[in-house]
Design a binder for this molecule. Structure first.
Ligand code: ADP
Length: 580
């Protein structure tokens, strides 16, 4: 039931109870007082009648005259109780009336001079009100019908009831107005509170209500203000946190006490290969024993990690921390690259040591012999010294290549690209190897395409790239073979190709030939004077120009190494530029 209705109903109950109470009390009190006044009046009238009762002979006619004048029953009784006059009885009937000495009003008059009583009349049979006074000749009694009095009180009761009804209607009208004025601001407040609780924090109550309701409205207003302020602050913080978490390279997962992943950032999804929308059960995480154990420990309140995990091809560092509120946070960091670099570095150190150790051992052996054997013939000594020099040169080449590589890799070297004529650069670069090729019976030709005569590259680096590629081609091509350097215009740049008719490279080795110290046939390559670093240098130099390398080969038929060198932005085609 609504507040206004309750107020009106309450007011109705109170007013009705009050009116009923007033009606009952007023009625009883009025009846009492009326009876008392009427009795007193009857006593006075009895005294008045007594004044006119002078002789016994005319007692009945005095009573009749008084009865007519007063419109009451008048009875005159002598001192023995015999009725000597009565306005309602005459003659024989009068004679037959009882002795009245024992009537209560007469007994009271005898005792106190006057008396009254209300009772059923023995003579008339109706309810009467009597008043009697003592007189020198006996007693004078005046009686009236109680019904007359009842009629008066009945009218009075009706009047009081009518007044009560009018008062109730008026009171209800006032109660309705009052209830409306009290209930309206309260219903408004409750509507606003409901809207706030439902999440609409823009609603505010009117502050005009008086008294406690006004105080309540102000409090609600301030509460709504504070609530929306705090919500805004929370949302800002949440956005900030979300942005920070999403920007992390580290994968972050929050798991609640019910073992559901409630938050996971993009790095976490990528590293753990998760696609489900949050929240989702932890069963959707990769099935790794250590991951599960770390999660269980953290959910039990024990931190763990960081420790390495292997998920698919990745190596991840995993840390798990319990949350105070129950649940846990897992952090995964991708160590794949780092671990691979460590392996590469380890392999590299081992490779370098191995590469340098072979010539060093040879040098040391021959140097020892030269130092200790004084009797050596001059020719042998010369051959030994020559071997020492050749191995020293080999070491020198290895160290030079390593220095070149490390300079390029460390970023200490930056290409200074200019427009170069492919033909003349290739001819320059191959001068040194031409003698070796001629001796071996391998032909070298340079045949740039007319549409791709120019490259945009660092002059020294481009020559070094070509020298390495042609040197390799000659090295791995048997006598009678040929090496061709050509060019081709491609979208955005030029592709240089060094093709030979040599031994070729098996498909399983092809993807790795650009790695440092990778050799298809280590013994043969070393014997042919290779350092194992030539193609690694070619790749690094090309990539430093923003280009790319590619190897294609058919074992026994020949090899083609291609390098693509881009043009600077704006110069779209090879024919669009000319060499400086
Ligand atoms: P190397 O100095 O040993 O030649 P590279 O890095 O230049 O080292 O080459 C790596 C390996 O690739 C060589 O050891 C060789 O096995 C193979 N290779 C490179 N170029 C050719 C080619 N033109 N024909 C056949 N094999 C080649």
């Amino acid at each position: 039931m609504r507040l206004a209705q309750r107020l009106i109903l309450g007011a109705f109950a109170v007013v009705t109870a009050l009116v009923l109470f007033i009606v009952v009390i007023a009625h009883n009190r009025l009846e009492e007082r009326l009876l008392r006044d009427t009795t007193a009046q009857l006593v006075r009238k009895a005294r008045l009648v007594g004044l006119g009762w002078t002789t016994f002979d005319r007692a009945d006619s005095v009573a009749d005259a008084a009865g007519v004048a007063l419109r009451y029953r008048v009875t005159l009784i002598d001192s023995t109780g015999r009725v000597v006059g009565d306005s309602d009885f005459d003659g024989a009937a009068l004679e037959r009336l009882d002795n009245h000495l024992t009537r209560p009003e007469i007994e009271a008059a005898r005792a106190a001079g006057f008396g009254s009583a209300q009772r059923v009349s023995a003579s008339l049979g109706s309810q009467e009100i009597y008043a009697a006074v003592q007189d020198p000749k006996g007693f004078v009694r005046v009686a009236m019908h109680a019904r007359d009095l009842e009629e008066i009180t009945d009218h009075m009761r009706q009047d009081v009831l009518a007044a009560g009804l009018i008062a109730t209607v008026l009171a209800m009208l006032l109660a309705w107005l009052f209830a409306r004025s009290v209930a309206r601001p309260i219903s408004e407040l409750s509507a606003v509170a409901g809207a706030l609780a439902g999440g609409d924090l823009t609603r505010r109550p009117a502050l005009a209500a008086p008294g406690e309701v006004g105080v309540l409205a102000t409090a609600l207003y301030q509460m709504a203000d504070q609530l929306s302020g705090r919500l805004r602050a929370l949302q800002t913080e949440e956005t900030l946190m979300g942005a920070v978490i999403e920007s992390l390279h580290e994968g972050i997962l929050a798991v609640d006490a019910k073992r559901r992943v409630v938050r996971i950032n993009e790095s976490g999804r990528r590293l753990l290969g998760v696609r489900q929308n949050t929240p989702f059960p932890v069963d959707h995480l990769p099935r790794d024993r250590r991951l599960r154990e770390a999660l269980d420990e953290a959910l039990a309140g024990f931190p763990s990690g960081p420790e390495d995990l292997r998920i698919d091809t990745r190596v991840l560092a995993l840390s798990a921390r319990p949350l105070l509120s129950g649940g846990a946070v897992l952090a995964v960091f991708d160590l794949t690259q780092q671990r691979r670099l460590e392996t590469v570095r380890r392999d590299f150190v081992a490779n370098v040591s191995h590469e340098l150790k072979t010539p060093l051992t040879v040098i040391r052996g021959f140097a020892d012999t030269l130092a200790e054997e004084e009797e050596l013939p001059a020719e042998t000594r010369r051959q030994f010294a020559e071997t020492v020099r050749a191995n020293a040169q080999r070491m020198h080449r290895i160290v030079d290549d390593l220095l070149d590589l490390s300079r390029i890799e460390s970023g200490g070297w930056v290409p200074n690209p200019v427009l170069l004529d492919v033909g003349s650069a290739a001819t320059d670069a191959t001068i040194a190897i031409r003698d070796v090729a001629r001796e071996k019976g391998v032909s070298i030709s340079v045949a740039p395409d007319e549409s791709a005569r120019v490259v945009f590259a660092d002059s020294t680096a481009f020559r070094q790239i070509l020298a390495n590629l042609v040197e390799n081609a000659v090295r791995y091509t048997p006598p009678g073979g040929s090496v061709v350097v050509s060019s081709r215009g491609d979208p955005g740049g030029v592709t240089i190709e060094v093709r030979d008719t040599g031994i070729g490279i098996a498909a399983e080795h092809l993807p790795r030939i650009f790695e440092r110290f990778y050799r298809v046939d280590p013994g043969r390559a070393r014997g042919a004077g290779g350092t194992g670093l030539g193609l690694a240098i070619v790749r690094h130099l090309t990539e430093a120009h923003g280009g790319r390398v590619k190897g294609e080969s058919t074992p026994g038929r020949g090899t083609k190494i291609s390098i693509f060198l881009p043009f600077p932005a704006g110069a779209a085609t090879a024919s669009g530029v000319t060499p400086s």
